[in-house]
Every structure is written in structure tokens, then in C-alpha cells.
Design a protein around this ligand. Structure first.
Ligand code: PXG
Ligand code: PLP
Length: 473
């Protein structure tokens, strides 16, 4: 049996570290739609890792391409030099992108993609003679990663407040969640979209002078903030307003990209074209860090046309831009997408998935259910004194029953690999149902986390004993 690692030194991201270390949840292997934990439990992956393992875990095609690349060319300088696979990956990704978004800048993550996109938008206006266009607009509840640009346009208060002022010249649209009006809507809400989008014109552009706004960035569907859908017509109207005032529209498709909604991108689902699109996660199936920014041909070409000959057109980039191993993984992943048509698979499963998700209506604490493609958010009534506690307890109960879900605030978010089977979808939602029903029975005792994951704790205690004994000998 593996030994429990020393837990002291690794500082986990977006995690209650002290609590986690008192009840560690450690995975040692993954294949297909399942994880194996260090104490040999099998967990169904209901969240595709963190929304990234679109094609299921342990894909041999990706593993062998990445391993081969590591042995052939482990690294090549990214500035002033490159390697053929970077161009091949960019071409394949451009082919997969909505038509016209065919100039590709590679990054190492979604956060880097967002900051890259914001910088391209600002630099584009400057290089085309509009340096006054330097304001950026985001949206309440938006998640655009954790770098300073992304946090500034992001709208999740908890991710902002610890970190000072962020960028200047940023404002936010209202979010689109209205549970009082739209609870338990299947798919996108039908009403209110145009009015919400008009707020961009009536309030924000008026307040700032539209000729000073460089770009608006939105997620076609807000994933991280708990699955918030755009009402019908909303994104179209935002596009019209951007066009009217010369504002660039950026779609952050880090979650909605690569088949999640049952189409290749949110662009295809909603039929709205942005000027710039950010992606990451599914691009390499989560196997190697990589992100990308896809830019309209005209925007890219403006940089080429307006820069001095032999000048660097965009002074931006990362040591790991177009990393050879990441490019190998991306090419292998795009081949999988093209041959398995995973977005079509997701699309054909989405009505079964919707049905299963909405079967939770009426169960204890369930306040709203939202869904689109292979994404569902189940919003729970919070306990007033302990926000998030119910969702966390639900998460732990599901874990004990062998299903790995995700919770954020009081929302349970489900986003399985696109390789999920119907019976596995049923299992995910029946497990959540069972967890909620037993939580309701247990009352306050159910929220006491010390009762959960006993096996892991016993296992950890056992390992500790062995270690202590070894130290004594
Ligand atoms: N934009 C969007 C729309 C995202 O969803 C990022 C940018 C940042 O990507 P990186 O690769 O830097 O993390 C994201 C990431 C969750 C969850 O469970 C969501 C994300 C990351 C981790 C967890 O909601 N989204
Ligand atoms: N900090 C220092 C001191 C550096 O030299 C570099 C890159 O050369 C960076 C940060 C940025 O690192 P990366 O290119 O991996 O984003």
C-alpha cells in the first residue's frame, strides 16, 4: 500500500488547506470515466476533472504522443524560434474553431489566455490608432481565471477582495441569474435577455463614453459561478451593441469550448461570433497545461499591417507558449475530437442528461436546477449560518457513495467527461438524490464534516502509526 505523503509543504489552490489536510482526498490513478483513490475506492468522475477531461481519462493517443515528444524535442525556445508541431497544432485548432477565428496564440492555461486576450484587445486599438479605447468591461459572477487582468474583469467577489485594486478602467455588467423568475428552467431562460443586454448600452456605455471601451469579455455560459445561463437573445444583443460602438467582444470559452454544450464552442451553440475567443482545459484533455487565444484574421492582420517592418508586432508571450509536449497533446486531442465527434456525442446525450438533472426537483433543499449541454447546476437552499456547508456535505456524501461531484458555494456542478454513458448519468443524479435525502434526515448532524470519509481518516491514521513505528525502530 502506498504511504500517505507528508502533507505539510504543498499549499493547495482554492482549497481549505487545514480542513483538507485533516481529511485528504488523494487520487492515484484514472481511466475512462473513473478515478482510483489511494485507499482503492473507485470514483465516477462527474466533473471531467475540473471541466477539462473531455475525452475521458488516460487516453493512450495523448499519452504516447506526449511521451514521444518528450523524448524527441522536450523544449524549443518560444521567442524568435519555434518547432513544426506548433504550426501543426495551430492549424488543427484553427480548423476546429468557428470559421474566421483562425489566428492562434498559445498560452499555458485559461488564466493566461484571458490576460493575453485582454492585452491583444488593448494593443489592437492602439495599433489601429485608437489609444483612447482602453477600458475593459466584464460581468458580475464572471470567472476569467486568477491573473490580474482576469480577476479585474471577473465578477466573483470572493476572488477579488483579497487582492487590492486590480486594473483601473474596468466595469461590470449585471449577471443574468434570476431564480425568482426562472427557477427550474430547462436550458436557457426565454425572457429578459434583451433587457439585460440593453443595460450594457443604457448604463455602461453611457457612463464611460463608448469610444473609450476596448472590449467586453463574457463567458457564453458562466461555469465557475454556479452554471449561469444567458437568456435567449442576450448574447446576440451584446454583439449588436459591441458592433454599434466598435467594441471588441471576447468570448471566454475555457469551459464552454470543446464540446461541453453539445457543439464545438458556445459560438456554435448560440450562433454569435466574438472577435476573440479564449480556451484551455479540453484542448489537451487536461493532460498537459495549455491554453489558446483564437483571433479574427482581420485583427491579427491589423498588427502585421500597422507595425514597422522587422518589429515585434505583439510584445507578449510565455516561456511555455506552444510547448512541444503540449502541442503534441493538443494535436492528439484534436484528432480524437475529429474522429470521435465528441461534441455530437454530448449533444445527443444532453436531453437524457437534462431529464436526469431535473428529476431532482422537489428533493430537500433543491432551490433551482439549471442545465445546458452536459452541464448542470443544482442550487441548494443555504443554511443561514453556514453558507456552502450543505453543498460540501452533499459532495462528501457523494464521494463516499463513489461519485465525484463539484460544489461551489451552494451549487453542485456536474460536467462529466463527454464519454459518459447514460447509466452513469443516471448514477450521478441518483447518488446526489440519495445524498440530499439522507442529509435532510440527519439535520444538523449531517453538516458535521468530522463524520465523513472515515475510511480515509482511518487509513491515514494507520499509515501514521506505521511511520511512527518505523521511526522508533
Ligand atoms: N476562464 C474561464 C471561463 C474559466 O472557467 C479560466 C478562465 C481559468 O483557467 P485556468 O486554466 O487558469 O484555471 C477558467 C477556469 C470550477 C472551476 O470548478 C473552474 C475553472 C477552474 C477551476 C475550477 O468551477 N475555470
Ligand atoms: N519572472 C522572471 C524573472 C522571468 O525571467 C520570466 C521569464 O523569463 C518570468 C517571470 C515569466 O515566466 P513565464 O515565461 O514562464 O511566464
Amino acid at each position: 500500500m502506498a504511504t500517505l505523503p507528508n502533507l505539510q509543504h504543498y499549499w493547495l489552490p482554492f482549497t481549505a488547506n487545514r480542513q483538507f489536510k485533516s481529511m485528504p482526498r488523494l487520487f492515484k490513478a484514472a481511466k475512462g470515466n473513473y478515478y482510483t483513490t489511494i485507499d482503492d475506492r473507485t470514483l465516477l468522475d462527474a466533473t471531467a476533472g475540473l471541466w477539462c477531461v473531455a475525452a475521458g481519462h488516460g487516453r493512450e493517443e495523448i499519452a504516447s504522443a506526449a511521451a514521444h515528444q518528450l523524448r524527441t524535442l522536450d523544449y524549443a525556445p518560444a521567442f524568435q524560434c519555434s518547432h513544426p508541431l506548433a504550426f501543426e497544432a495551430a492549424e488543427k485548432l484553427a480548423d476546429y474553431m468557428p470559421k474566421g477565428l483562425d489566428r492562434i496564440f498559445f498560452t499555458g492555461s485559461g488564466s493566461e489566455s484571458v490576460d493575453t486576450a485582454l492585452k491583444i484587445a488593448l494593443a489592437y486599438h492602439r495599433i489601429t490608432g485608437n489609444p483612447m479605447r482602453n477600458k475593459l468591461i466584464g460581468r458580475e459572477r464572471g470567472y476569467h481565471g486568477v491573473n490580474f487582468g482576469g480577476v479585474s474583469v471577473g465578477g466573483i467577489a470572493g476572488n477579488r477582495k483579497a487582492f487590492g485594486n486590480g486594473l483601473a478602467g474596468v466595469d461590470h455588467l449585471r449577471h443574468t441569474l434570476d431564480i425568482s423568475r426562472n427557477a427550474f428552467t430547462r436550458g436557457v431562460p426565454q425572457d429578459g435577455g434583451i433587457a439585460l443586454a440593453n443595460e450594457f448600452e443604457q448604463r455602461i456605455t453611457t457612463l464611460h463614453d463608448p469610444s473609450t471601451i476596448a472590449a467586453l469579455i463574457v463567458e457564453p455560459m458562466q461555469g465557475s459561478a454556479g452554471v449561469v445561463l444567458p437568456p435567449a437573445g442576450y448574447l446576440q444583443r451584446l454583439r449588436e451593441i459591441c458592433d454599434k460602438y466598435g467594441i471588441l467582444l471576447i468570448f471566454d470559452e475555457v469551459i464552454t469550448g470543446f464540446g461541453r454544450l453539445g457543439t464545438k464552442f458556445g459560438v456554435d451553440y448560440f450562433g454569435v461570433m466574438p472577435d476573440i475567443l479564449t480556451c484551455a482545459k479540453g484542448l489537451t484533455n487536461g493532460a498537459i497545461p495549455m491554453g489558446a487565444v483564437a483571433v479574427k484574421t482581420e485583427i491579427h492582420d491589423a498588427f502585421m499591417a500597422n507595425s514597422a517592418p522587422n518589429a515585434i508586432e505583439l510584445p507578449h508571450g510565455y516561456t511555455y507558449t506552444a510547448h512541444p509536449v503540449a502541442c503534441a497533446a493538443a494535436v492528439a486531442m484534436l484528432d480524437i475530437f475529429n474522429s470521435e465527434k465528441l461534441e455530437e456525442r454530448a449533444g445527443s446525450l444532453s436531453s437524457h442528461f437534462e431529464q436526469a438533472a431535473h428529476s431532482l426537483k422537489g428533493l430537500p433543499f433543491v432551490k433551482d436546477i439549471r442545465n445546458i449541454g452536459l452541464v448542470a447546476g443544482i442550487e441548494l437552499e443555504p443554511t443561514p449560518e453556514k453558507p456552502g456547508a450543505r453543498a460540501f456535505a452533499t459532495y462528501l456524501k457523494c464521494y463516499e457513495m463513489g461519485v465525484h461531484v463539484r460544489f461551489t458555494g451552494d451549487v453542485i456542478a456536474i460536467s462529466p467527461p463527454l464519454t459518459i454513458e447514460k447509466n452513469e448519468i443516471d448514477r450521478i443524479f441518483s447518488t446526489i438524490a440519495e445524498a440530499l435525502t439522507s442529509l435532510a434526515k440527519e439535520g444538523d448532524a449531517g453538516l458535521d464534516i468530522s463524520q465523513y470519509l472515515k475510511n480515509e481518516q482511518q487509513w491515514a491514521a494507520h499509515q501514521l502509526e506505521i511511520q511512527q513505528q518505523a521511526n522508533l525502530e
